[in-house]
Design a protein around this ligand. Structure first.
Ligand code: FDM
Length: 211
């Protein structure tokens, strides 16, 4: 019906440590939404396809060195360069399922010892997610899952620090999901939360900037 013209999509972000299951849950959610006939796209940050993304990718692969501040700002710029497309997609009714966002930016850089407020500053003004889903797993459990890919941050000691920073960042609006439950149980919880969020956005919940 013509009522659907102004309906917007939801900005849904999945966060968590490496090996928490984010990426596979993102693609499960995406298929679920497709089955439901809900327009949705799968996004991820860093987006390694842009020029900035390629610099980040080479840094993560230990093929280049950058100061902590410089790479932090590249990660942020990588979100800024996608901001207007993101807004257009959402306004045209597409839901975005995003694998990592500003919270990864702040958690990973502040885990290196940089001031958390300094880390947050360049994120202000990006679009605020409608829903943050945190796949909760201890660094030790995550490490047991194996398959750390050998990129720069994929080490237990560092993941412990990242985990602490995520703890500082979470607020009452985050949905914390126990990532050690069977995949199907995690999936079931995520489906419900995502579905409800999409309905809330359709019913007029407004898009806002990240503060
Ligand atoms: N990462 C990711 C950051 O340090 N800052 C950011 O802003 C983002 C989005 O990059 F270790 C880190 C987190 C992870 C690495 O992520 C690459 P993927 O999900 O493995 O591609």
């Amino acid at each position: 019906s013509s009522e659907n013209v102004n309906v917007r999509g939801a900005l849904i972000v999945l966060e968590g440590l490496d090996r928490s299951g984010k990426t596979s849950q993102c693609s499960r959610l995406h298929s679920y939404l497709a089955e439901q006939g809900i327009p949705a796209e799968l996004w991820r940050f860093p987006d390694r396809n842009t020029c900035v993304g390629q610099m980040i990718s080479s840094y993560l692969a230990n093929k280049s060195q950058l100061d902590d501040q410089a790479v932090h700002l590249l990660f942020s710029a990588n979100r800024w360069e996608k901001r207007s497309l993101m807004e257009n997609k959402l306004k045209s009714g597409t839901t975005l399922i995003v694998d990592r966002y500003s919270y990864s930016g702040v958690a990973f850089t502040s885990a290196k010892g940089l001031d958390i407020e300094w880390c947050k500053a360049p994120e202000r003004g990006l679009l605020a997610p409608d829903l943050v889903l945190y796949l909760d797993i201890s660094p030790e459990e995550a490490a047991k899952r194996g398959g750390y890919g050998g990129e720069r941050y994929e080490q237990l000691e560092f993941q412990r620090k990242v985990s602490q920073q995520y703890r500082i960042l979470r607020d009452g609006t985050w949905q914390i999901i126990d990532a050690c439950l069977p995949v199907e149980d995690v999936e079931k919880q995520l489906r419900k939360l995502v579905f409800d969020c999409i309905i809330a956005c359709r019913n007029g919940k407004s898009l806002s900037p990240l503060l």
